[in-house]
Design a protein around this ligand. Structure first.
Ligand SMILES: NC(=O)c1ccc[n+]([C@@H]2O[C@H](COP(=O)([O-])OP(=O)(O)OC[C@H]3O[C@@H](n4cnc5c(N)ncnc54)[C@H](OP(=O)(O)O)[C@@H]3O)[C@@H](O)[C@H]2O)c1
Length: 241
């Protein structure tokens, strides 16, 4: 399969390494142009291209750039891309360390991927946001292996979600359906499944106990948890470089 990856940092590179090793053709882009991606190409085996080229080559497209940079993506990013090509969003909101405050995410009117979807104007499938890049690259296991990590997948387009779920399985992770993009708050920063590398049964238990409609109390709790995580990262000098 051809996969287009927009963003060549931690997650984009980790995915590229794994996808190339599985025999897929990966087209990868950043903001500065393909000529700046020689090292990434050497390390991953992906082909450096522009963001529009990555989108046009992809049978699946992954957008994996900092949330604050989403509005900078080219307006014609998906021109000529068939409507049935799934677009994956890996975004997380880091208001303190990186993104600044985004009103709709502070109020909880939108989930993080709904905000991205509004900017991109394409239905999105959310996955790979709650696992560390290093674990994504190195902790995939064959189906039924003990200790296999599960990843939540959320989105509104059933066919796109199915294609993405098959890819997640192929990368070595169990899949847990996290419902619609509006319900994807359950896999956002500050929630019990964020960065927790849970097996599928535990992840399903969390989703059942959380429910589907985010309450104001849940929103406040997860924002506060994440603010503490960000403050701890800042104290350790980890600025998400
Ligand atoms: N790091 C993790 O472990 C992790 C885990 C799960 C989810 N996430 C989330 O996934 C997203 C990406 O994270 P990351 O850690 O991979 O980021 P990163 O290492 O900071 O890399 C960001 C990449 O995005 C590119 N980029 C920025 N603006 C762009 C634009 N307008 N057009 C095209 N490319 C652009 C950058 O290219 P230039 O260098 O040319 O600007 C760079 O290649 C974030 O939302 C993050 O919160 C991260």
């Amino acid at each position: 399969m051809n996969v287009g990856i927009i963003g060549a940092g931690h997650i984009g590179s980790a995915l590229a390494v794994r996808l190339v090793s599985l025999g897929h053709s990966v087209y990868i882009a950043n903001s500065r142009g393909p000529e700046t991606l020689k090292d990434v190409a050497q390390k991953t085996g992906a082909k450096p291209v522009t963001a529009q080229e990555a989108a046009r080559h992809g049978e699946i497209i992954v957008v994996t750039i900092p949330l604050k940079n989403i509005p900078d993506l080219p307006k014609d990013l998906f021109a000529g891309v068939a409507a049935n090509v799934p677009v994956i969003d890996t975004s997380n909101y880091y208001p303190i360390l990186r993104d600044g405050q985004i009103p709709e995410l502070e109020t909880g009117d939108l989930t993080e991927s709904e905000w991205v979807q509004q900017h991109l104007g394409r239905p999105l499938v959310k996955v790979f946001n709650n696992i560390h890049a290093d674990h994504l690259q190195n902790k995939g296991l064959p189906a039924n292996a003990p200790g296999r990590i599960s990843l939540p997948v959320a989105g509104d387009d059933a066919a796109a979600k199915q294609k993405v779920m098959a890819l997640v399985e192929e990368l070595g992770f169990d899949v847990v359906d996290d419902g619609s993009l509006h319900e994807s708050w359950r896999q956002q920063p500050g929630t019990p499944c964020y960065g927790a590398d849970l097996p599928a049964d535990k992840l399903r238990e969390h989703f059942t106990s959380l429910g589907t409609r985010r309450t104001e109390a849940q929103h406040a709790e997860y924002l506060a948890n994440h603010a503490k995580q960000e403050q701890a990262m800042a104290a350790q000098g980890d600025d998400l470089k």
